[in-house]
Write a new protein. Structure first.
Length: 342
């Protein structure tokens, strides 16, 4: 898909190098392809991880070849990480052709593809998987020294339920309903992670939910300034959450992940998935998948974010069969060549 270069680059993240290359005239001899990746809010994990992936798969015209020390991205490709409202927004945009790819939680991906839950009658049949990425822990954040005896105790409180159109919000509403908590008996706030953390710090929220790969930048800042607590789900609550939203599985946020949280936190987690549209060319997605697992991509992932280290080729297909969404043919071709699919 071709777009106005200056319009796209002016709105994208991490494009200073690209702009300098274009200004130098290095791009004139080779055709450019733009590839938009929907991520999430700046205070979460999708946005930085999406930016790393965009850098890893890009190889703008005029760049040094991979075998000569350059980036091992796709020749002529300029990938752009765009901040969005995350999972549900991304699958809608990919289905509509408004973005070429995006990050989404496994539960949202399953619901969207099958047309169930909040996607009832509005399925997204063109969604296709490129890779499993990393687990996203569900955080229930409380002010410093605050406590909850159970999830049911959220009744009557001011609660952040994540932004509209996010996979977190879909899951949280389903999980809370099992405990008699709903929009009718809480004062809900539909905010992204950074906004929620700010409001909690200012005393405008009593609690907020957010699912993201740990550690989360907005929570690191909250922990280091005002301080915070994380709610630890009971065994019964974990079991029920997993039953209601099967793709949210038992997980633990270890003590010290956030320095002020000195205890293990029992919670649930969902895998973050990189997806695209079935109509994207097989050769392009094959080359993107290959670039995602290149040596230069490995360096970027290892050094760019704590969760980047757990994004590995060994786990690229972890849990994919259970989601029920096909791999894109280009990605499938790569994994067959890599020996991950027999």
């Amino acid at each position: 898909m071709k777009h106005s270069t200056m319009k796209l680059l002016g709105k994208s993240a991490g494009t200073a190098i690209l702009l300098s290359m274009l200004a130098g005239g290095a791009a004139t001899a080779q055709e450019m392809t733009f590839f938009r990746i929907g991520t999430g809010g700046a205070g979460g994990t999708y946005f930085p991880i999406g930016g790393i992936i965009a850098n890893a798969i890009s190889n703008p015209p005029g760049s040094r070849p991979c075998d000569k020390g350059g980036n091992c991205g796709v020749d002529g490709l300029i990938a752009i990480a765009q901040s969005t409202n995350a999972s549900a927004h991304n699958v809608n945009a990919i289905q509509a052709g408004q973005m070429e790819a995006g990050l989404t939680g496994a539960a949202t991906l399953h619901f969207a593809y099958k047309g169930t839950q909040k996607f009832e009658g509005n399925s997204k049949p063109d969604l296709r998987v490129i890779a499993n990425l990393f687990p996203e822990d569900l955080h229930l954040v409380l002010p410093k020294d605050a406590k909850l005896a159970s999830l049911a105790d959220l009744k009557g409180k001011r609660v952040g339920i994540a932004q509209a159109g996010s996979g977190t919000q879909i899951a949280v509403e389903l999980i809370l309903a099992d405990h008699g908590v709903n929009r009718g008996n809480i004062e809900e706030a539909e905010l992204n992670n950074a906004q929620s953390a700010e409001r909690l710090a200012d005393g405008q929220l009593d609690a907020y939910f957010y699912a993201a790969g740990t550690p989360v930048s907005a929570m690191i800042q909250l922990d280091s300034t005002k301080g915070m607590e994380l709610y630890s789900f009971s065994d019964k609550e974990v079991t029920q959450a997993n039953k209601t939203v099967p793709y949210y599985v038992p997980s633990t946020i270890k003590a010290g992940v956030y320095p002020g949280v000195t205890y293990d936190v029992s919670t649930v987690a969902v895998n973050g998935i990189l997806v695209t549209n079935a109509k994207q060319p097989e050769e392009l997605i094959y080359n993107i998948t290959k670039a995602l697992w290149s040596k230069t991509a490995r360096k970027l992932l290892d050094n760019g974010h704590a969760k980047g280290k757990v994004i590995t080729l060994d786990t690229a297909l972890l849990g994919i069969d259970g989601i029920g969404v096909p791999l894109h043919p280009g990605a499938e071709r790569f994994y067959k060549e890599a020996g991950l699919i027999k």
